[in-house]
Ligand binder design. Structure first.
Ligand code: G3P
Length: 217
């Protein structure tokens, strides 16, 4: 499973990139607002810090304007992935852009039928929003499972990018459901490594090692 980080905070991204565990980045207009940065400047810095796909989202509502914005964003770097909304215009733009060889991420997916349409439009990634479905008492993970089944039934190559991830359990469940990628907020990504028994065990090993009086190097 690939891990993307869901943020436009360049400092967080650089720190996480150093771990070697980061396969890409997703941003959206809300995350750009939160960063306080100019979209093109910050995307350029992110693309420089991470070699994998970096999603930058268009904000036009009509297909030809989305295509123009997508192409402008793609000029920033080779690893830009054009993020498009799951509307008929977004799908039309997706088909046109992917036919020309651009990478695309179709976002705001809340149903299996929407995901089927995105795959038919040639999307590189489909982003089902787990947390926002859970917020409405609808099982977000069931959507990932349904999309996995549908894509496998027809051999669609579109990658399932589990988005709106809120907890470490979401990551595990998305992996079990066969999501290809999870885009994870920095705090949740860092929390994946934590376990109280790891801390306790390490503390005991270190205390015993101290008593041996030895050194490895
Ligand atoms: O990148 C979009 C998505 O991950 C948003 O998550 O928490 O705002 O629903 P959230």
């Amino acid at each position: 499973m690939k891990f993307f980080v869901d943020t436009a905070d360049i400092n967080e991204i650089r720190t996480l990139a150093e771990t070697g565990l980061l396969d890409g980045v997703t941003t959206n207009p809300s995350l750009i607002l939160k960063s306080g940065r100019d979209i093109k400047e910050v995307l350029a810095e992110i693309c420089d810090a991470v070699s994998g796909p970096v999603s930058g989202e268009v904000v036009a509502m009509e297909a030809s304007a989305m295509i123009a914005e997508g192409k402008k964003l793609a000029e920033i770097a080779d690893n830009i992935c054009i993020k498009l909304p799951l509307t008929m215009d977004g799908l039309k733009a997706c088909k046109a852009l992917t036919s020309e060889g651009y990478k695309s991420n179709v976002t705001l997916c809340f149903s299996a039928n929407q995901a089927l349409l995105a795959a038919k439009a040639g999307a590189t990634f489909i982003s089902p929003f787990i947390g926002r479905l859970d917020d409405m008492a609808i099982d977000g993970m069931e959507l990932i499972e349904d999309i996995r089944t549908i894509y496998d039934n027809y051999g669609f190559k579109t990658e399932i990018l589990a988005a709106s991830i809120r907890t470490v359990n979401h990551v595990k469940e998305a992996a079990l459901a066969g999501a290809d990628v999870a885009t994870i907020p920095p705090s949740t990504l860092k929390a994946l490594v934590k376990h109280p028994l790891t801390d306790k065990g390490l503390e005991a090993f270190m205390a015993d090692w101290e008593k041996t009086g030895q050194k490895i190097v």
